[in-house]
Design a protein around this ligand. Structure first.
Ligand code: ADP
Ligand code: MG
Length: 363
């Protein structure tokens, strides 16, 4: 039996997955691609989080780093106490076998075609040297039941559906009781109904075993299955949607989804593209600190409009020509009475954008 390297203790109170200013630069033929540009992410033990983003936004790059298959160029990446940038070869192998489990989009990457479902799971335990004999057989059956694929125990991948293959793949990923489960587009090759069933199966696993779960997808409906969805844009986490349950005035449970911008340690955040377009924000913006919010106005060219929108009561001693100050101004996304044509047009577009981003109900 292979000896198991003990997991280094996480820093006290540290989340299970911590990425701070994570950078990954690929260089080939003298061209540099910054796949991750200072990404920040923190996931608590037992949380289930979805990471969504357009193709090319850096999702797979992040997951490959978290799975220990690739190393970041700079920054911090720690998973369950393992420092992924500095760990050596032996620790890396132990980490991949015992700390993380992964599920990839291509079922061919998850399962060996000539082994049955049960044999695929047992093989993962064999490679890692965990459990033997009856204990191993019992664990295999337990996992098949948990993923609701007991009926296809003795069939090979080619003899079962795509959804069943991915559930067996999840069972394989869980074979060695990892602390963290990573899945890269696990439903990418499945239809909508089957995808929903696979995501629900992952949620069941998360509930049942408490394994910290990160699912990467470009399917926006994934947020219906998780409490927290993090959006990645241009190699950085940009926004997060948190789902919660509230009881309304009729005593009915309502599921509410709220979107937040991610703010990093030094105060950087990404403004949504549609906000930037609506107000033609670029290069430089004006900021104003209010009692309970921060205002953002177009830089040079937008000054006249911003000044025109200031109401006499809220305008402080500073003039529009001065540098940003704590002078009050209208909240740009909710102008009470936009005066110029440009401001009205921007307000209309902003209203459309916020309608589209209205909290969704239902589950
Ligand atoms: N091995 C690599 N060599 C060069 N560029 C890469 C490599 N892997 C990914 N990239 C580039 O990094 C960016 C992010 O890719 P990826 O992480 O695969 O995005 P996603 O999974 O979100 O679609 C893309 O521009 C991609 O072309
Ligand atoms: Mg990808």
């Amino acid at each position: 039996m292979t000896s198991v390297t003990p997991v280094p203790p996480a820093l006290p109170g540290e989340p299970h997955i911590v990425c701070t200013d994570l950078v990954r630069i690929f260089s080939s033929d003298g061209i540099e691609v910054q796949a991750l540009q200072g990404l920040n992410l923190r996931i608590e033990p037992g949380e289930m989080v979805a990471l969504v983003g357009a193709s090319g936004s850096g999702k797979s790059t992040l997951l490959t780093i978290l799975s220990g298959l690739d190393t970041a160029t700079a920054g911090v990446a720690r998973v369950a106490g393992h420092d992924l940038l500095t760990m050596g070869g032996r620790e890396r192998v132990a980490y991949q076998r015992h700390t993380v489990g992964f599920v990839w989009q291509q079922t061919s990457r998850n399962l060996l075609p000539y082994l049955t479902s049960a044999e695929n799971i047992a093989l993962a335990m064999n490679v890692a040297g965990t459990l033997r004999g009856d204990a191993r057989a019992a664990r295999v059956d337990e996992l098949l039941d948990l993923l609701d694929v007991g009926a296809v125990r003795d069939r090979r991948p080619g003899e079962i559906s795509g959804g069943q293959q991915q559930r067996v793949a999840i069972a394989v990923a869980l074979a060695n009781s990892p602390q963290v489960l990573l899945a890269d587009e696990p439903t990418g090759e499945l239809d909508e109904t089957t995808s929903a069933a696979v995501l629900e199966a992952m949620r069941g696993v998360n509930d049942e075993l408490g394994v910290t779960t990160l699912i990467v997808t470009h399917d926006p409906t994934v947020s219906d299955h998780v409490r927290r969805t993090v959006k990645i844009r241009d190699g950085r986490t940009s926004t997060e949607v948190l789902r919660s349950t509230r009881v309304d005035e009729h005593g009915e449970e309502q599921h509410v989804a709220e979107e937040f911008a991610v703010l990093d340690r030094v105060g950087r955040l990404q403004l949504p593209h549609d906000f930037m377009q609506s107000l033609e924000l670029r290069d430089r913006v004006r900021l104003a600190l209010e009692a309970d919010h921060v205002g953002v106005w177009p830089g040079d060219e937008g000054r006249a409009d911003a000044a025109a929108q200031r109401s006499p009561e809220t305008t402080g001693p500073g003039s529009a020509d001065e540098a940003p100050s704590t002078t009050a101004g209208p909240a740009p996304m909710n102008p009470a009475a936009p005066t110029s044509r440009r401001a009205r047009r921007a307000a209309e577009r902003a209203a459309e954008a916020s309608d589209a981003a209205e909290p969704r109900e239902g589950r």
